[in-house]
Design a protein around this ligand. Structure first.
Ligand SMILES: Nc1ncnc2c1ncn2[C@@H]1O[C@H](COP(=O)(O)OP(=O)(O)OP(=O)(O)O)[C@@H](O)[C@H]1O
Ligand SMILES: [Mg+2]
Length: 231
């Protein structure tokens, strides 16, 4: 469904992505791993249209999306949960969700269904984004992305900075989402979280893919784990 082919990205003179290719198939959950600064966020920002993929190509459902603006890419069904979460701090939980629902496509994800998935958000419905804990902000960000009724969910380090118990909650939520058949592309540094949700993995190092394989293949590849992930 998502096909990323040999994309490059630059920040000024700095050649950050040096030919990244990856695929996410129907119903598949794929992780993108790598150390700090390896280019994970840059890859997602390029897929989402915030950066140009030049040269390279990105196709989604057979259509070229490379170079389209982010709002069009999101309307084509790519739901994005950015690393900095992207919620509105001055709006309440309910307002954050309603704004997302209004922008979204119609589909199975309604406000009620999202609040069923995240009972904590239901409890906090009247609180402002800025009053939420890190875990609640992450849940709100995922809820907002689901309300777009995406055909692919893309998350940038959803476990970052969260306590282990909250990470477990997020993983359980992603399991539910995956069980519904929604494919997921997840960036992680937390290898246990990646193993818990994804079945196939890519490792980035200095803007290049240096490993690709299944969970079992990566578990058995101590060199890749040690050299590129520091575990
Ligand atoms: N706006 C920017 N301007 C200049 N350089 C940038 C910018 N954003 C990122 N970089 C550089 O590009 C490289 C890749 O950054 P990127 O944010 O994609 O890494 P990452 O793998 O997501 O890291 P992290 O795990 O810390 O989030 C790094 O060397 C980073 O310093
Ligand atoms: Mg990042």
């Amino acid at each position: 469904m998502l096909h990323v082919s040999d994309i490059h990205a630059y920040y000024g003179q700095s050649h950050v992505l040096q030919g990244v290719s990856l695929d996410v198939g129907k119903g598949e959950v794929v992780s993108l791993l790598g150390r700090n600064g390896s280019g994970k966020t840059t890859t997602l920002l390029t897929i989402m249209g915030y950066l140009s993929p030049a040269p390279g190509a990105i196709t989604w459902d057979g259509q070229q999306i490379g170079g389209l603006p982010p709002y069009r890419i999101s309307r084509m069904g790519l739901g994005f949960v950015p690393q900095e979460r992207g919620i509105f701090p001055s709006l309440t939980v309910l307002e954050n969700l309603t704004v997302a629902a209004r922008r979204g496509l119609r589909g199975e994800w309604t406000l009620d269904r999202v609040l069923d998935l995240f009972p904590r958000l239901r409890e906090r419905a009247a609180n402002r984004g800025s009053q939420l804990s890190g875990g609640e902000q992450q849940m709100l960000s995922i809820g907002r992305a689901l309300l777009l009724n995406p055909s692919l969910l893309i998350l940038d380090e959803p476990s970052e900075g969260l306590a282990p118990l909250i990470v477990q909650e997020i993983i359980a939520i992603l399991h539910e989402v995956r069980a519904g058949g929604l494919p997921i592309l997840i960036v992680e540094q937390n290898i246990r979280a990646a193993f818990a949700v994804a079945s196939r993995h890519y490792i980035l190092s200095k803007g290049r893919v240096c490993f690709t394989g299944t969970t079992d293949e990566l578990r058995d590849n101590e060199a890749a784990l040690h050299q590129h992930l520091g575990v």
